[in-house]
Design a protein around this ligand. Structure first.
Ligand code: PEP
Ligand code: MN
Length: 332
């Protein structure tokens, strides 16, 4: 945003007024005799340009055109297959294996998840694996396994469409189509997913800025998605101590400033089971509308991502902790 001052305006006083509103401001170079120009940094507080126009000494305010009007119009609470997400609704849980392993596996897990209050059954039929030699998912049959397991237990299905060719079968079986981190900027896929007309869970690209993430959401809404729920799953950092770096600042920004429904996936962020619960609690504290947690009855034998999967007893404990708002044993 650029604030233009009236000739003769007291620059230091206007700077003080802007700083008092939490804005980060720097003065721009100008030719002698030209009006003073102040640049408001993009990471500054959210302030209506009209309010700044009312400050004494301000001639005008130029704000960038909104880049994602459809995302902006989507306010905090959305509904997916009858489930409210965000805007103060109960935290929503999306749990299940990394990869769906068999019909029986999906069914048994759903039967154990639903009584915990988990409403979304997650699981990959089409897996985005870094190595072509790693398990790629059971493909289309797994969509039916997920659907039947969810229908038998009163759950909803969220699963990934890895490529354009998967959009139709995924949209037919799922309540929510997941776009994975590696595909956040696959624009042809975003358009195809949007056209399917289903709610979308949009994972953040592992090296995507918040603005790029929101613009990816805009693609989906522009092409027909009724709802986009954003999912923070960790971004790349210089430190390999955790698999990814969970960006809770972005979660707070999306939730509290942009008023968007945002889910956090601590499993892919941490890459290790023992960090999932503390990160999940931190995510809810930062404003997350819910959690996506990889869960497996026998993580040691999971076909993918076993080391980060929570066994059911640990998930049950975490659900209880989030409900009570404190870790088991209380806050020490
Ligand atoms: C997943 O949720 O199964 C997955 C592959 O996640 P991500 O796209 O965040 O890596
Ligand atoms: Mn996984």
């Amino acid at each position: 945003m650029i604030v233009t001052l009236k000739p003769g305006a007291e620059v230091s006083r206007v700077l003080g007024e802007l700083a008092a509103r939490g804005l980060w401001v720097s003065a721009l170079e100008r030719a002698p005799g030209e009006p003073a120009l102040l640049l408001v940094a993009p990471h500054s507080a959210q302030v209506d340009p009209r309010e700044l126009g009312g400050i004494e000494g301000v001639l005008g305010v130029a704000a960038p055109k909104p880049q994602h009007p459809r995302v902006t119009a989507q306010r905090a609470r959305v509904t997916v297959a009858g489930v409210p997400i965000g805007g103060g609704a109960e935290p929503v849980w999306m749990c299940g294996p990394c990869s769906v392993e068999s019909e029986q596996h999906a069914r048994e897990l759903a039967e154990q998840l639903r009584p915990l209050g988990v409403l979304f059954l997650r699981g990959g039929a089409f897996k985005p694996r870094t190595s072509p030699y790693a398990f790629q998912g059971h493909g289309e049959p797994a969509l039916g396994w997920l659907r039947r397991a969810a229908d038998a237990t009163g759950m909803r299905v969220v699963t990934e469409a890895l490529g354009e060719e998967h959009v139709a079968p995924v949209a037919e079986h799922a309540d929510m189509v997941q776009v994975g981190s590696r595909n956040m900027q696959s624009f042809a896929l975003l358009k195809a997913v949007g056209r399917a007309g289903k709610p979308v869970l949009l994972k953040r690209g592992m090296a995507a800025t918040v603005e790029e993430w929101l613009l990816a959401g805009e693609y989906l809404l522009q092409h027909g998605a009724p709802v986009v729920v954003f999912c923070e799953r960790g971004i790349r950092s210089f430190d390999a101590s955790t698999r990814n770096l969970i960006d809770l600042g972005a979660v707070a920004l999306l939730s509290h400033v942009y008023h968007q429904p945002v889910i956090v996936d601590p499993s892919h962020a941490a890459g290790r089971r023992d960090l999932v619960a503390p990160l999940a609690r931190a995510a809810i504290a930062a404003g997350a509308a819910g959690l996506m947690v990889e869960t497996h009855a026998d993580p040691a034998h999971a076909l993918s991502d076993g080391p980060q999967a929570l066994p059911l007893a640990e998930l049950a404990r975490l659900v209880g902790e989030i409900k009570r708002g404190q870790p088991d044993g209380g806050v020490s």
